[in-house]
Ligand binder design. Sequence first.
Ligand SMILES: [Zn+2]
Length: 196
Amino acid sequence: MTKVPLPPAAGTAEHPCLALANSTVTLPGGQRVDELNNPENATAWLIMHELAPVDTGLLAYCQLQLTDLRKDIRKVLESHTQGEVPNAGSLGGINRALTAVPNAALLQYDTDKGLLRVPSHPTTQLVNHAMAQIAEDAAAVLTGPDAHRIARCASTPCDRFMVRTHARRQWCSERCGARQRANRAYARKQDKSPAA
Ligand SMILES: [Zn+2]
């Protein structure tokens, strides 16, 4: 399983939409890590984030669907943090994920229990249900009381999104904060040294 070798960005544990957005990141060395780089890893990611049952089999088509939703969520988060108008196509992608699954519990008959309601979660729709949960979270957080606290990590090249835990928080994690402070200290030192 591929894992981003950084501590989770603030707010990721509470928000599956940030977990999905941050499942790919540019590391300080410039290389990109992608936790959804093949169907097996995409399935493991869904299970790890409790968006699919532990016994979920390999879902060959889930990787592409998830990475498409990730692209749309990242674009909308990006425009939100920049105060720009979101891309209509990306909003459409999130809305498709929101509406792709029926939410109503079905009425069924069981010889022991009689009539009962059961959630309509056929295995083939597992990924769609997971994506609906992620899209629901994105729609809720982008319109909720924390919307103004969503930010992009200021420590280049890190491109993770987070929820600011306090107004002046600029970095997704301690590690990015430490790197940024070190970079600034280095830049100040360069400024002060006599011109060659
Ligand atoms: Zn960061």
